[in-house]
Ligand binder design. Structure first.
Ligand SMILES: Cc1cc2nc3c(=O)[nH]c(=O)nc-3n(C[C@H](O)[C@H](O)[C@H](O)COP(=O)(O)OP(=O)(O)OC[C@H]3O[C@@H](n4cnc5c(N)ncnc54)[C@H](O)[C@@H]3O)c2cc1C
Length: 528
């Protein structure tokens, strides 16, 4: 970024005339806060601009690039791979939070169009009562994470068991390029059409997704709609070995039995149980009772979860949690029966289903999980694998942890795993680190205040953080060796190192075409 104009330029004044002075933040606190992600706090931004619409966004990008400064998109700020953390001084961050409208719910043509700063939770709420949903419908961080962030990182969770990742549900985009021009993708690019279909010529929607904001600014996105699936079943199993849990999840995934299929190792499970007071959490129970449909059903559900309490998890090792959604009760029951056969086949013991039930009833809860139960720092890392490689990948990660056991013990670094399947063909392995260290502004501003107040918290612990960084970096390289691919590439995962040289050349050429001065989010995807 040394080639870029100096921070003391006149740029902030020019940007303030576009958005109005109240939406151009230049105070030290804002410039630091908006530039840090859940894991990394580094250089502050020169300024943070908050556009109201696509026109303002385009003008901001054009003006910043013309001045030779880096310009970086930021959604809900819920990521941890330095995706929007500036790689050099003088960067302008575009905070998308004001572009949060649900523009159109088109029940006739079955699509919904949103501005990209809209959160998954807001989209979910806008669709309530319509009988419609998007196939993929958000991340667990969706109370803050945005549709634009999800499509730029790609993301998985709600709906992923059947419908894949976020990007698989998008059918059109409006993207602002470095020169301020606005490109539409899919059928929306046809002069006389609407964004009802993804494919019309080469898939430009695909080009701009998963780019972690390196190729352009997503201003507006259109997602497909499907009918809601009202018949639900919730199942949970205890497996005594990781091998059995992983094999059972693969079997469920391959057969397409679950809408969501996720699991925890004993460590992560214990962390979650310490943090989430399942039966005692009045809000969680209220969510379950609300989603039970009838008053009687609500009382029964509430009573059952309260009676089960949390004790049933005490002797659970590797838990697998399954949510089934279907059009009618018979179909849901048939899938549940198949899942039970799989559970048995891999020596699973069926346990209470409170976790999937509560999670589904409160899909976009507060993001309190971004710290450990006592306020420890938290950071995940993940690899996406085919089913055939998941067990070997898990064992390789275990071996890596074993090599670092002494350092982990001496710094009190804890590690657990989240497992999930995506559609029929993908397995997510997500090791998660916890370590005693100071929280930053992003934690303070994101967690619920009463939850935050209950946390003990820790002083800064640079050695522990350095050890986590080292192990995480080694694991990133290991994942590349094992053939993993990733969501959330940002400035962390080895995209460049992992792909064939021909592919890297093509990506560089595309970057040069859409952002010739290299001003859009420099270093994201490893691009200059
Ligand atoms: C508690 C917690 C739970 C989580 N749960 C999940 C989960 O269930 N599944 C999952 O996959 N991830 C999860 N995550 C990770 C993270 O929340 C997701 O990756 C999410 O998609 C990030 O969205 P965001 O809006 O916060 O994006 P940000 O973090 O703001 O940005 C992410 C990247 O996208 C780019 N970007 C953002 N908006 C735009 C735009 N409009 N145009 C172009 N580029 C843009 C940024 O430059 C950056 O590179 C979780 C994180 C936390 C803290």
């Amino acid at each position: 970024m040394t080639a870029h104009a100096p921070p003391e330029s006149e740029l902030p004044n020019a940007l303030a005339t576009i958005v109005g002075p109240q939406f151009l933040l230049t105070d030290a606190q804002s410039c630091s806060f908006y530039a840090q992600d859940v894991f990394t706090k580094d250089l502050p931004a020169l300024a943070v601009a908050q556009p109201a619409d696509t026109g303002e966004l385009a003008a901001l990008v054009k003006t910043t690039v013309a001045a030779g400064h880096a310009v970086i998109p930021r959604g809900g700020g819920m990521s941890y791979t330095s995706g929007y953390v500036p790689a050099g001084a003088g960067a302008v961050i575009i905070d998308m939070s004001r572009m949060d409208r649900v523009v159109e719910i088109n029940a006739e043509d079955m699509y919904v169009t949103v501005e990209c700063g809209c959160t998954w939770k807001a989209l979910h709420e806008a669709l309530q009562g319509t009988g419609l949903r998007t196939p993929y419908w958000g991340t667990l961080s969706g109370s803050k994470a945005t549709v634009g962030g999800g499509l730029s990182q790609n993301s998985v969770f709600w709906g992923s068991g059947q419908y894949g990742s976020a990007v698989d549900s998008v059918i059109g985009l409006e993207v602002v390029l470095a020169d301020g021009s606005i490109v539409k993708t899919g059928s929306g690019a046809q002069r006389n059409s609407t964004p009802f279909f993804r494919h019309f010529g080469p898939d430009l929607t695909g080009l701009f997704t998963c780019d972690t904001g390196a190729l352009g600014f997503k201003a507006v996105a259109t997602l497909r709609l499907i009918p809601e699936l009202p018949a639900r079943r919730f199942l949970a199993f205890d497996f005594k070995t990781a091998a059995d849990a992983l094999a059972a999840m693969s079997a469920v995934g391959r057969r397409g039995l679950a809408m969501e299929c996720f699991g925890f190792d004993p460590f992560l499970q214990a962390q979650r149980m310490k943090r989430e007071s399942l039966a005692k959490d009045v809000k969680a129970l209220a969510g379950v009772m609300k989603s039970a449909g009838s008053v009687l059903g609500a009382l029964k559900e509430g009573a059952r979860i309260a009676a089960a309490g949390r004790g049933y998890m005490d002797d659970v090792d590797y838990s697998v949690q399954i949510i089934i959604e279907e059009r009618n009760e018979a179909a849901a029951a048939a899938l549940a029966a198949e899942v039970r056969v799989v559970g048995e086949q891999f020596n699973g013991r069926e346990i209470e289903n409170s976790i999937p039930k509560i999670t589904r009833a409160n899909p976009f809860g507060p993001v309190n999980n971004m710290l450990g139960p006592q306020g420890e720092r938290w950071v995940p890392i993940h690899g996406l694998f085919p089913h055939s490689k998941i067990r070997a990948a898990y064992e390789a990660v275990e071996a890596l942890f074993a090599r670092h056991r002494a350092a982990m013990d001496s710094y009190d670094i804890g590690v657990g795993y989240l497992f999930a399947t995506v559609s029929t063909n993908c397995f997510v392995l997500e090791p998660v680190f916890f370590w005693p260290d100071a929280m930053t502004e992003i934690h303070q501003r994101s967690l619920e205040p009463d939850h935050l107040a209950r946390l003990q918290g820790f002083p800064e612990h640079l050695e522990a953080r350095a050890a986590v960084t080292k192990i995480r970096d080694e694991m990133t390289a290991l994942f590349t060796e094992l053939g993993a691919v990733h969501l959330q590439i940002g400035k962390h995962y080895q995209y460049r190192e992992g792909i064939r040289p021909e592919n890297w050349q093509l990506i560089q050429a595309i970057k040069a075409a859409v952002d010739p001065r290299g001003c859009i989010n420099p270093q994201s995807l490893g691009l200059e």
